[in-house]
Design a protein around this ligand. Sequence first.
Ligand code: NAI
Length: 350
Amino acid sequence: MTMPATPVDVPAPVAPAAPYTVTLIPGDGIGPEVTDATVQILEATGISFVWDRQDAGASMIPMYGTALPESVVSAVIKSGVALKGPIATPVGEGFTSVNVALRKRLSLYANVRPARNLPGVKTPFSGIDIVVVRENSEDLYSGIEHVVVPGVVESLKIITEKASTRIARHAFEYARLNNRKKITGVHKANIMKLSDGLFLECCRKVAREYPQIEYTEMIVDNCCMQLVTKPQQFDVMVMENLYGDIISDLVSGLVGGLGVTGSANIGEDATVYEAVHGSAPDIAGKGYANPTAVLMSGIMMLRTFGETDAANRVEKALYAVFTGGKHFTRDLGGTAGTADFVQAVIAAME
Ligand code: NAI
């Protein structure tokens, strides 16, 4: 497979200079393994980084009384950029998700997730090159829930003109910067006429400012069906938080799963690059986690820094390793360990 003509890129809220100070949040489970692997590969480019390591997650609670110590938030605000591993969240009880808390504290309003076929990774479809732009700050994730009467719970979906316009503009700017041709606004405005109706109204308004980019709309249920039958029709997709959460995982699945998809959470003052997968407690510490997703996020980070040559070198090496097919980790049907994979990518780097 040839390198894509259009490199994945993200409009940059910060443009620091080398040596790049990056807040490194290794996270839980396989987090330290995959972030360490990514650091090794990024450093092999010869670019100098200062890694400001910060810990967050359940293990911080005894010392700080919170899973997200204030020092972590301040460190990201100071550096403006973080590379983060997954952080575990207890289900149905316990502390609030550190990931969601970090997004809220840093106003990381846009989640950008590119997904593209990788050579040698067998999937039902070829020719997929989709970028999901998800609104990250509101919708049903506002966390406004209450018990109306016992047995009846109300959860509020908040959609604002401000956040919808901001994410629509982000998607169109992304498309413009990356020479993308088409944006699909995903919605359920046939049922949620007011909330999703407002979201669409904002998208349409922004779309009028970008006549060179085709803008279409699709109802979310049909969109899921279209994605698993004719995914090549999609280019950039923009949507509210909940639809984005689900569809971005679906899109990752089209190209090989969560282990191979990177992402950026972008705010006005900071960007957090992270894998889309979780802490994988079932394989943590065993040395065979696939670091590709965090590495993909690291490549996005290099592009945001303007380090295009280095980003291309890493991406090309990664593609070469995948093409060779000898160093697939177990999630992709191979037997390579994380360390073998890292060595193979570094060896393939020109
Ligand atoms: P998960 O993504 O951790 O694991 C799902 C399956 O995928 C497991 O079989 C795991 O072994 C495999 N897997 C995931 N990443 C892999 C990788 N890089 N290499 C090889 N195999 C990989 O999802 P799960 O089990 O639902 O969540 C575990 C924990 O992670 C939960 O506490 C959850 O809250 C947290 N989580 C954190 C996220 C974040 O920090 N952004 C995102 C998603 C989940």
